[in-house]
Design a protein around this ligand. Sequence first.
Ligand code: NI
Length: 396
Amino acid sequence: MPIVNRIGDFAADMTAWRRHLHQNPELEFACHGTAAFVADKLRAFGVDEVHEGIAVSGVVGIIEGQGPGPVIGLRADMDALPMDEETGLDHASAVPGAMHACGHDGHTAMLLGAARYLAETRNFAGRVALIFQPAEEQGGGAGVMVRDGVLDRFDIGQVFAIHTAPQYPEGTFHTAPGPLMAAVDDFEVRLRGKGGHAAHPDEACDPIPAALAMVQAMQTVVSRNADPMQDMVVSVTQIHAGSAFNVIPETAWFGGTLRSFDAGARQMALRRFAEIVDGHAAAYGLAAELELIEGYPPTVNAEEPVRFAAQVAAGIVGADRVDTAATPEMGAEDFSFMLEARPGAYLFLGQGEGPSVHHPKFDFNDAVAPVGASYLARLVELAQPAAAVDPAGSGA
Ligand code: NI
């Protein structure tokens, strides 16, 4: 596959960086060591500007191309997951309770690889903004960056990101226009009735039947309220009440998650949850409170950028290895906040069969790093060709 030759030359470096990051995972916003590693590398590559401490431990590097032009944003996430690693590899996590089980070590290494090449060659117009964010898994670091005005501050016009995918063959790209990953919202419902002796339910107000009725009714949001042509999931995953066979508890609570792809459908479901909880509380004569823990919005690819990104990917791996009709996933991704603010595209990069992401035996496949880095570099060169703003070639 025609990866960028120069990037192929430092594949071994990318592997070394990736394994260093893998051994030293950091969680949520506390990616300080990772950020320092990234910033050092960017400076060593001759990146023009290195801005640190964005969204706590995020880093933005700016590379100037040839002549004026727009600013393209490339994003990598840097954070790991709070879990113990079971790979037994030499480069396994040295930090108990933290592991790069989602390949963000690989995403960071690939963007560093692209940065090194772009800083060396500068065969593009305008600028590229290299966005290294913390807190993708928990905390929505990309959303914090957007709210902090990072896209405006660096005048970023469009944004691109890739995610490694063990469910797809090595060196293939998978994406689709429109929603590619779901919105995630969690909920908790707390009920307060009146406790008492199990032999005298008439003297109590039992929260358990009310909780069960609410859970059943919530299932009808998907089966009876949602557009059957739109995907949505409601899962109640916890239910807690009681402590003895002969005691009616005073309280009960349950919780779960909503996954959706459409903003209107999401709002409808959240509204129905509130109506179901309030209505059932009135019917059962107890107090109930719904708490919504709003998560990430759906990850929605814009038409033109995703078409362009697929074309760039095809130039590297061949058109037969680029799938532009990928099935959307029920997982979520905080790059969604950047795609809400700017047009752009999110692609999966197949890394070949192996344990799924978030599995204790997962490891990023270093063999695909030159493919991912080449894709990111070529995106910049093809989106903002140097010649387009310098037709006379005088800047060469
Ligand atoms: Ni991830």
